[in-house]
Design a protein. Structure first.
Length: 251
């Protein structure tokens, strides 16, 4: 069995040529001193992303894992593929475009996770302290977040932020569906975990262009929101008193 690490950095990639290699180098510098690994999932890229990831893996084969989809499956599927490989007690999600800042991971790891005593905390969700999107995307996000909070009561203010640090065993319990990554705060709360938001840096994409269009996002978002509205009202999972589970306290 793979020895358990403290932290796994899980990154889905789709056509991120020019971003993959410098992102991995940045992670290596920021996480020095932490027992970590990097798990990269290539969602069937048709540019040089695969070559960049393989070259990076060869430099640190004991710390970098690369998995490649045989056909395009989407971001949530890529996260589930990576989740089968991670060995860390906590898992950090980053987007592959360089917009998320791994320095935030080191800062919040040292401040919240490393000292211990996280209790029932299952998810630390990033909230962007600035937005490097267009005004139209900002407006889309504001409207979508408002509707989602009203229906799901998840209190999340920026679910579109890809930066999320989560307890791995809690992540593994969540039900899978396409686009589940957009509803992680609601899913964690439904499972009985606490969620907190922390301000994180939002940078401009290093290379390439966004893979998400307005119409595609809108259509999928409405259908997924209806499904989540149903799911969060279907009860919570049971917790056995004999488990060493922080959720059992104060029940």
């Amino acid at each position: 069995m793979t020895p358990q690490k403290d932290l796994s950095v899980l990154i889905p990639f789709y056509n991120e040529a020019g971003n993959a290699a410098p992102l991995i180098e940045e992670i290596k510098g920021a996480l020095d001193g932490i027992d970590y690994e990097i798990v990269c999932v290539n969602d069937c890229s048709d540019d040089t992303t695969g070559e960049e990831l393989e070259a990076a893996r060869l430099t640190m084969p004991d710390r970098i894992i690369v998995r490649t989809h045989v056909q395009r499956a989407g971001k949530s599927a890529a996260l589930m593929t990576g989740l089968r490989e991670v060995s860390g007690r906590w898992t950090q999600l980053l987007d592959g475009d360089g917009q998320n800042d791994i320095a935030d991971t080191r800062r919040l790891w040292d401040a919240i996770v490393a000292p211990g005593g996280t209790g029932r905390l299952g998810l630390i969700a990033g909230k962007r302290n600035s937005r490097n999107d267009s005004g139209f995307k900002w407006l889309q996000s504001r409207v979508a977040n408002g509707v989602r909070r009203f229906l799901l009561r998840d209190d999340a203010t920026d679910t579109g932020c890809g930066w999320k640090l989560m307890r791995t065993d809690a992540f593994r319990e969540l039900p899978y569906f396409a686009s589940m990554h957009r509803f992680l705060p609601a899913l964690f709360k439904r499972a009985g975990w606490e969620v907190c938001e922390e301000l994180v840096n939002d940078r401009r994409r290093w290379h390439g262009s966004s893979k998400y269009g307005f119409l595609g996002r809108l259509g999928a978002g409405i259908a997924d929101l209806i499904g989540m509205f149903w799911l969060v009202r279907r009860g919570k999972p049971g917790i056995a008193a004999e488990w060493n589970d922080p959720r059992a306290k104060d029940q």
